[in-house]
Write a protein of this length. Structure first.
Length: 69
C-alpha cells in the first residue's frame, strides 16, 4: 500500500518536479552506496527501495513524454 500512495503522489507532479525528485533520489542512492562501502549503512534494504523508486520516477517521465508527443 505504501508504494501505491508514493506512485499516486508522483503522478500528481509536473515534469520539472519529477526531474528534481529523480535527481534527489539518485543523490540519495549515491550516498547509500558510499555508506555501504564504508560499512556505515545499517539498513541495506534502503538501497533496493531507492533503486526501485528511481525506476518508478523514470517510468512516469517516459509516460509523460509519450503522452505529450
Amino acid at each position: 500500500m505504501k508504494t501505491t500512495s508514493y506512485v499516486n503522489d508522483l503522478k500528481g507532479k509536473s515534469k520539472e518536479e519529477l526531474s528534481s525528485e529523480l535527481v534527489s533520489a539518485k543523490r540519495e542512492l549515491f550516498n547509500l552506496r558510499f555508506q555501504n562501502a564504508t560499512n556505515q549503512l545499517d539498513n541495506t534494504a534502503r538501497i533496493r527501495e531507492v533503486r526501485r523508486n528511481i525506476a518508478r520516477i523514470q517510468t512516469l517521465i517516459t509516460q509523460a513524454k509519450k503522452q505529450g508527443a
